[in-house]
Ligand binder design. Structure first.
Ligand code: FES
Ligand code: FE2
Length: 455
């Protein structure tokens, strides 16, 4: 193990906007992340709509622990570790389903949906009735809670309550989906692996500098169209895109991307952030603009929140894309491997046709068949691979765009920075990452991740 807090402070500099590349490749840092971030933080597990009936379960991941999120007979939700109390085998191989019990396929111990040990083959003969079954149930996740249908869990019994952990920034991110209607997850979670470090996949969601370059291949043929009825075959002339002269790229169904449009970055406690365009300057598909103009949206998001149209990230790894109504997890598998999960939510009251349209748009944009994530994944894996070389890793990652010029405005419980394209969201994520990695107590961590006056 590396010598911890001192080195971590040197690895992320909020002042210089520099990141030490070893944080993307060092196995010791990855191990420390598992302990200090993923075994402490509240992590998104699944949505209530996925586990309606008693016995419904969904298998999720917390760090490297597989957990079964199970609806109980009294309608409460439990999260239990998917590892047999006897000798560790998984007690469930299915990704989701409904069951009356969990049966281990190794020696046959069986458990109730609450995790209690029920049956032990040979209990009377081999064990002579001497095994205390009440002591060998499946382990429970320390805390489980739900915010507007989004179920989270934490391994840390001393973690603050979920709503407090989310704070105004995290709650706003989830409200952007929850407030749209009677939201339910479409069956079938898309899962795939990208060869990249999880932090590169996370910081990219605040990066509004790359779309006009990285996604030229996706935008120029006009295959992306998010508004029903808009043509998806318009071609874009890339030759007049000159970002320094304020030029902008008008993408069918997406809107205008360029330096001209206003950005707002919300910085939240514990590392949550929302970064991207303001609702009125962009850009967002007409159905999103229309929704934000409704009194319900204003009431749910508040006067500041209704203008925030960028990407929320609930620290560490829960990305909400409000426009396509999706939640994505970036699950760390190794320093150079990240598993991506996509949950797509639609309003159950919408007509079938509209729901189908939203789902097909979502699949076309993100996920394994989505054109954007194909472009992004190539960059992320190359950016990760080049952090491993002895000479390459001596160079620092640069996050200096707008550095020190981001005046933080505090209003309506939110801390925000306004301006043009910048790297404040990424920098805030790495700054907060460093605070978590120091192993601070919850109070100190809150203090260290409370936005100041400038970033
Ligand atoms: S490991 Fe599960 S019954 Fe033995
Ligand atoms: Fe991208």
């Amino acid at each position: 193990m590396m010598s911890q807090s001192i080195e971590i402070d040197e690895m992320v500099s909020l002042e210089r906007g520099e990141i030490d590349r070893r944080i993307y490749s060092d196995p010791a840092i990855f191990e420390l992340e598992m302990e200090r971030i993923f075994a402490r933080s509240w992590l998104f597990l699944c949505h209530e709509s996925q586990i309606h009936e008693p016995g419904d379960f969904f298998q999720s991941v917390m760090g490297r622990d597989n957990v079964l999120v199970v609806r109980q007979k009294d309608q409460t939700v439990k999260a239990i570790l998917n590892t047999c109390a006897h000798r560790g085998n998984a007690v469930c191989r299915a990704e989701e389903g409904n069951t009356k019990s969990f049966l281990c396929t190794y020696h046959g111990w069986s458990y109730g949906i609450d995790g209690k040990l029920l049956g032990v083959p040979g209990f009377k003969t081999f064990y002579a009735g001497q095994l205390d079954k009440s002591k060998h149930g499946l382990a429970q996740v320390a805390q489980v809670a739900s915010y507007k249908g989004f179920i989270f869990g934490t391994h840390d019994i001393s973690a603050p309550p979920l709503e407090q952990f989310l704070g105004a920034t995290g709650r706003l991110g989830l409200d952007m989906i929850a407030a749209r209607g009677d939201m339910a997850v479409v069956p079938g979670i898309q899962k795939f692996i990208i060869d990249c470090n999880w932090k590169i996949a996370v910081d990219n969601l605040f990066d509004w500098y790359h779309p006009q370059i990285t996604h030229v291949s996706a935008f120029s043929p006009g295959v992306l169209g998010l508004d029903p009825g808009r043509t998806t075959t318009e071609k874009i002339d890339m030759s007049d895109v000159n970002m320094d002269s304020g030029g902008a790229l008008d993408m069918p169904g997406i809107g205008i991307i360029g330096t001209k449009f206003d950005q707002v970055v919300v910085l939240g406690e514990y590392g949550h952030a929302i970064g991207g365009p303001t609702a009125s300057s962009l850009g967002n598909p007409d159905f999103d603009k229309g929704w934000r103009a409704t009194p319900q949206a204003r009431a749910a998001l508040g006067p500041v929140g209704v203008e925030v149209a960028g990407h929320p990230n609930i620290f560490p790894t829960t990305w909400v894309t409000s426009v396509t109504g999706q939640v994505s997890l970036r699950i760390p598998r190794s320093p150079a491997q990240t598993e991506i999960w996509w949950f797509t939510l639609v309003d159950s009251n919408l007509p079938r046709e509209t729901r189908d349209f939203i789902v097909s748009s979502a699949c076309r944009v993100f996920g394994p068949a989505g054109v954007l994530e194909q472009d992004d994944g190539e960059n992320w894996s190359q950016a990760t691979a080049q952090t491993r070389g002895v000479a390459s890793r001596r160079m620092k990652h640069q996050l200096t765009m707008g550095l020190g010029r981001g005046k933080i405005i505090k209003e309506g419980g939110l801390a925000r920075v306004e301006g043009l394209t910048n790297e404040h969201g990424q920098l805030w994520t790495y700054h907060s990452w460093a605070q978590w990695m120091k192993g601070l107590g919850w109070e100190e961590l809150l203090k260290a991740t409370t936005p100041g006056e400038y970033i």
